[in-house]
Design a protein around this ligand. Sequence first.
Ligand SMILES: Nc1ncnc2c1ncn2[C@@H]1O[C@H](COP(=O)(O)OP(=O)(O)OP(=O)(O)O)[C@@H](O)[C@H]1O
Length: 530
Amino acid sequence: MHAFSALLDSLIYTRSRNAKLKLIADYLLATPDSDRGWAMAALTGDLDLPGVKPAMIRALIESRVDPVLFRMSRDYVGDTAETVALLWPEPVVPVDPAPLSIAQVVDGLMHLSRSDAPAVLAGMLDRCDAEERFALLKMATGALRIGVSARLAKTALANAFGLEVDAVEEVWHGLSPPYESLFAWGTGAGAQPTPADVPVFRPFMLAHGLEDGRVDLADYAAEWKWDGIRVQIVHVAGITRLYSRTGDDVTGSFPEVAAAFSTPGAVDGELLVRGEHQGGTLEDGGGAASFNALQQRLGRKTVSAKMQADYPAFVRLYDILFDGAEDLRELSWTDRRRRLEAFMPRLDPDRFDLSQVIEAEDFTALEAIRAGARDAAIEGVMLKRRDSPYVGGRRVGLWYKWKRDPLTADCVMMYAQRGSGRRSSFYSDYTFGCWTEEGELLPVGKAYSGITDEELKMLDGFVRRNTLNRFGPVREVEKTLVLEIAFDSLHESKRHKSGVAMRFPRIARIRTDKPAAEADLINTLRRMIV
Ligand SMILES: Nc1ncnc2c1ncn2[C@@H]1O[C@H](COP(=O)(O)OP(=O)(O)OP(=O)(O)O)[C@@H](O)[C@H]1O
């Protein structure tokens, strides 16, 4: 636990992405199995510890810490794990001096029962110093929340062993902690693990903005850019899984979609909600509601039958990665499209339709079609290189997105402050930032409007749970939440370190589906300066 707790401590005080990558990679190289596997599970949020309930933590606190002192300190510190770690008294009776391994801690946490939980946890805490106590309690109370995304931890692992991060990502979901076969592959002691019988996630192919102008439609196919959420649906060995943009398993949120997909293969598309009132102007079935309707379905672990009936989900497919066990990713877009069209009749038409290719004579004609699109679920146009294979990540020149309203940016929340009037009890004013090329986050603006009361409560909760520091009325938060900000125009600014200032910024969307590391670069914003 000692090395792991030192790692967490360093990560908390490290801003730069590269420095974080190095810290984690060095730790993984210096730590033996199975501790490094458990550490990876903790860092990626994949440490599933069913045994630890909040009531157990409460009983633990009551057993050794003065509850009044705890409450006062917690209000000040803002984090349960940190508060208990600080207030935990020295053991009265000498304890086993042998250091605890992470594997021992995980084993202890995995098998807690209601009655013995306080004693077992206290026994472990007595063998820890303050830093180790913090790490142990962070693991026990859920997510670490130390500003490290799952993607960053996997990238560090890939760097440590000279692997491709997408190759790590690909096998990751088929493996479970402590990932012995993954480390064996990394150290050369074993072959690359195969995800043959597991419906694993494959990294999504992503797009660049169409910055300067035009492409030749002889080389690029045009499709509508639907305003839904990206999903990958995989069916293997009788199991169907839905994965989100970040590779999270969201099958539980859309059970009707998973139930309707029982053909072996893996497809890529946009999840939408059927809408009878909005849209529906397109020949290809139209009828998708705006993003607001979809929002009702997001972030739920399970959904009621009423939810499914009121907001029926369906997926508009635009790519195919596997047909059965046949990997199609090396094929060109044109060939994959043909395979996708051949795959469609095997699917339930209530739940799946094919995203139409827009037929336009040339780019000027496409511009006119795009300008005329009225469907509530259309956000712009995608341009896809016809001869390109399906490659995970964002590669220049293969896919472009050409949004209708280009004046939005994905930013990361950095600071929050209480509002005024009706909002004075909520953290409702947010300062957000974008990345420099060196991986530093610099503030680019401040916004407090554009969200519903429900979203305000959610953001307020996020701020309270993820406070890193307090400066008077301002709270600095973990840099993990992406906010899509809309603004009227962008100007050069000498007052801001980022060099840019937004006019009338407002929150367009809370992007829980996007990792903070993928928020926009300041250089991207600079191109929008008027
Ligand atoms: N026909 C389509 N083909 C590909 N992607 C589409 C299509 N329709 C909608 N999309 C969405 O557009 C996104 C393409 O942009 P990008 O790859 O940059 O992802 P992103 O960062 O999530 O984008 P954005 O925030 O602009 O939606 C996809 O992730 C997908 O969710």
